[in-house]
Design a protein around this ligand. Structure first.
Ligand code: GAP
Length: 445
């Protein structure tokens, strides 16, 4: 795939036009960094979450699921360090009032506003806490402050022994959760890459101290393989090891999985060896003993945690960027999303070649039969080439066409979105044919 000019602008346009992602509250002019998922987007996002949940929970015996509340006891955020340390240093422009993270100001342009260009216009840096605050109950006073969780991880830590006992798990084991997180980012941007409300897909794996680096390497390998299975091109993914400055003081190791976005290599997911920091802190602040007793070895210890922390919205954006392509077919330009079939919102389009000779009736029957098993879309409007292209742009991997021959021998053509090869298939064998093709899908670089 060749590099595409103005890819982000084109993708934002396609997302709006085809109903993947809309600006939030658009009729009121939108709300900065908030987005709504439309009919195709909500399916894509759901498929990605299901794909993660299947890999991380349903196909494993050593990971359990959890759905913790967004509002938690305020002491959680004191124990976790978020109240004191979850800050970004920021500066304001005294002239145009724009606000920047200090790491966005180039050292050679210190004091100069990147937006209006005025020199010596920036305030001194001050720390800004990224947590959204709200009040529990009707009285807005300090004692009633609660926070919108800035990560899902803490809900897992405080439930570790609830889950362990209820599910009769023993260490090593993990807890996985998908849910919303909120950060009052100073500079959100790049479409849904950095927003103030987003979803995370996090898994915390509890291990015996001393085995942590082995598990860390195991999870690094598992997680990069997951993006490959998701259909992201391998050449666009790499690991970035945190430098001493980037790594949290308590972390024994930290790597990011990064993707090469049109705006540079950026983090998709963090994999961290968090040592016993989190449970030690919650033990200190809650006064509860959070150590684990191993019956078999008679050892008692505070478990170490290996975390895999992925952004769901960021993964949706990555699949769209990675899938976006433009080519020319029989002299006509087409826009296509090479989404992996497992996450594609619609698996097949069903088309009668023409709206006569009984073809629509046959196509409708195929559509209704398939729809019981896989999401399909029926379209009889316009030239067949245009109908194919509409589905290409939605990322639909297969196009099923009922034509004159169907009426003779009950076969249809199945067009492959990527290779454009058309295969004749008996209409009563369509479901296994599509399922087999989906299972055998391989993303081309
Ligand atoms: N529990 C660890 C944790 O939250 P993080 O690196 O701050 O780690 C994990 O966040 C992932 O969440 C990131 O890799 C990214 O995919 C996603 N994420 C973080 N902030 C985000 C934001 N403002 N908008 C969208 N996704 C975000």
């Amino acid at each position: 795939m060749a590099a595409i000019k103005n890819l982000m602008d084109k993708l934002v346009g396609l997302c709006k036009r085809r109903g993947f992602i809309f600006p939030s509250s658009e009729i009121y002019g939108g709300l900065n960094s908030c987005y709504d998922y439309g009919p195709l987007g909500v399916e894509l996002k759901r498929n990605i979450k299901d794909f993660w949940w299947k890999a991380m929970v349903q196909t494993r015996d050593d990971i359990e699921g959890l759905d913790a509340s967004i509002l938690m006891h305020p002491k959680v955020w004191e124990a976790s360090g978020h109240v004191a340390n979850f800050t970004d240093p920021m500066v304001d422009c005294k002239i145009c009032k724009a606000r920047f993270r200090t790491d966005e100001i180039k050292p050679e342009k210190a004091g100069q506003c990147p937006r209006c260009g005025n020199k010596d216009s920036l305030t001194d840096a001050r720390n800004f806490n990224l947590m959204f605050k709200t009040y529990m109950g009707p009285i807005e006073e300090q004692a009633n402050v609660v926070y919108m969780r800035p990560e899902t991880a803490q809900g897992i830590y405080v439930n570790v022994y609830n889950v362990m006992q209820a599910a009769r798990q023993r260490i090593p084991f993990g807890i996985a959760q998908i849910g919303k997180a909120f950060r009052n980012e100073i500079t959100p941007g790049n479409f849904t890459f950095r927003t103030r409300e987003f979803e995370q897909m996090e898994m915390q794996f509890f291990v015996k101290p001393g085995t942590d680096m082995e598990w860390f390497e195991y999870w690094k390998a598992q997680r990069i393989q997951w993006y490959d299975a998701l259909g992201i091109r391998k050449s666009k993914l790499h690991f970035h090891e945190h430098t001493e400055q980037e790594r949290a003081f308590y972390a024994a190791a930290a790597f990011d999985i990064e993707y090469e976005f049109p705006f540079g290599w950026k983090e998709l997911e963090g994999i961290h060896n968090r040592t016993n920091y989190d449970l030690s802190k919650h033990q200190e602040y809650s006064g509860k003993d959070l150590s684990y007793f191993d019956d078999a070895t008679r050892e008692k210890y505070i478990p170490y945690i290996v975390e895999t922390s992925a952004g769901c919205d960021r993964t949706v954006l990555t699949t769209l960027i990675d899938a976006y392509d433009e080519d020319v077919i029989e002299g006509e330009a087409r826009t296509v999303l090479h989404l992996a079939p497992v996450i594609a919102p619609i698996k097949a389009g069903v088309f009668p070649l023409v709206k006569k000779e009984g073809m629509p009736e046959v196509a409708e029957k195929i559509y209704h039969d398939l729809k019981k098993h896989v999401p399909v879309f029926y379209d009889d409007g316009g030239a067949i080439g245009r109908r194919y292209r509409r589905m290409d742009e939605a990322g639909t991997p297969y196009g099923i066409t009922v034509d004159g021959q169907t009426l003779q021998d009950q076969t249809v053509t199945v067009r492959d979105r990527d290779s454009l090869v058309q295969t004749r298939v008996a209409s009563d064998k369509l479901l296994p044919f599509i399922q087999e093709k989906m299972a055998g899908y391989k993303r081309l670089e």
